[in-house]
Design a protein around this ligand. Structure first.
Ligand code: COA
Length: 320
């Protein structure tokens, strides 16, 4: 595979919002949230936006990679919570970091957004269409929550993660991805209704609605299957993987995946306790936490896996 990840970065809002503080807002308890999900805290954008966090994460990833903005020829942002319908978040990032030689666009694959972005960047490199790419997952999910709905608002947080991908002989060993639109009703946030000279549906927007148990079942069935598929495809054994970096939705989902793969939970670092579920931001933020803590050395094999609304999923094997 012709691409390697050479740098990571992340950015979180300043405002921490712990479970105890959340107890004052909705009918919930720290104990309920922790025991059902593992989440203890999340960060909420007050001064930040999806674009400002994406820009910050991008700058940190470029610094980590030692890559200048003019070297970038591709910028992909996975997001479901851009600040504008258009221009895309990716084009706004391009403008902010002065990456004048890049093609920039967003993709909507929800919590699998970073994995889908990685797949596209790698395919561009394979096709000879890019040499140096920035792949970002950035979200401000707090604006898409009904803050009276305790079944959803306790789960999510805001933030952005980014990685620089370079055309090289090895690195991304293999990726699988998939989607099942027929089950998409399990996790939904509607956009603007039709409004034109012939139809007037008002301007109400909708908030995130989720069938939690359906999403849970989907995740514990699909994620281990996708990881096994990508391991088979690349000929890498689960035992050779140093870390499995999974989308940070629920610690019980992560524990179930570890059991199904017959791998120790110590190989599954998590930051959902601190950050909650940041959709497309979760995987690259966790990856940056692990990278910056010095736990990755060149040659290590890791798995990244994302899953979410769509329904969508993706898994990748990387040699660091
Ligand atoms: N605090 C207190 N009680 C809550 C609550 C909260 N924040 N949210 C829901 N409850 C209540 C429900 O009202 C219900 O009460 P009832 O039995 O009186 O009706 C009870 O808790 C059980 O609700 P249920 O939805 O069955 O809980 P659950 O065990 O399925 O856990 C999730 C809910 C959301 C934590 C769990 O389904 C889950 O994690 N699903 C996957 C979600 C996910 O990962 N989404 C993102 C994918 S990218």
């Amino acid at each position: 595979m012709p691409a390697r990840m050479i740098g990571t970065g992340s950015a979180l809002p300043k405002k921490a919002f712990g479970n105890k503080e959340l107890e004052k807002l909705v009918d919930t308890t720290d104990e309920w949230i922790k025991s059902r999900t593992g989440i203890e805290n999340r960060y909420i954008a007050v001064e930040e936006s999806t674009t400002s966090m994406a820009v910050e994460a991008a700058k940190r990833a470029m610094e980590d990679a030692g890559v200048g903005a003019e070297e970038l020829d591709l910028i992909i942002v996975g997001t479901i919570s851009g600040d504008m319908c258009f221009p895309s978040t990716a084009c706004q990032v391009q403008s902010a970091i002065l990456a004048t030689n890049a093609t920039a666009f967003d993709i909507n694959a929800a919590c699998a957004g970073f994995l889908f972005g990685l797949t596209i960047a790698e395919a561009y490199m394979k096709a000879g269409m890019a040499q140096t790419a920035l792949v970002i997952g950035a979200e401000t999910l707090s604006k898409m929550m009904d803050w009276n709905d305790r079944s959803t608002c306790v789960l999510f947080g805001d933030g952005a993660g980014a990685a620089v991908i370079k055309k090289e002989e090895t690195g991304i060993e293999g990726i699988v991805q998939g989607s099942d639109g027929a089950r998409g009703g399990a996790l939904v946030c509607k956009n603007r209704p039709v409004n034109n000279p012939f139809v007037h549906n008002g301007f109400l927007t909708d908030y995130t609605k989720m069938d939690g148990q359906a999403v849970y079942k989907f995740a514990v069935q699909t994620v281990p299957r996708a990881i096994e598929e990508v391991l088979d495809k690349t000929g890498v054994k689960a035992e050779e993987i140093k870390y499995f970096l999974l989308h940070q939705a629920n610690i019980r989902i992560i524990e179930s995946v570890a059991r199904k793969l017959n791998q120790p939970i110590s190989k599954f670092p998590a930051n959902l306790q601190e950050c909650g579920n940041i959709s497309a931001g979760s995987v690259p933020i966790l990856l940056d936490f692990v990278n910056k803590s010095g736990k990755l050395v060149r040659g290590d094999k890791i798995v990244l896996a994302g899953f979410g609304a769509g329904l969508t999923w993706g898994a990748a094997v990387l040699t660091w």
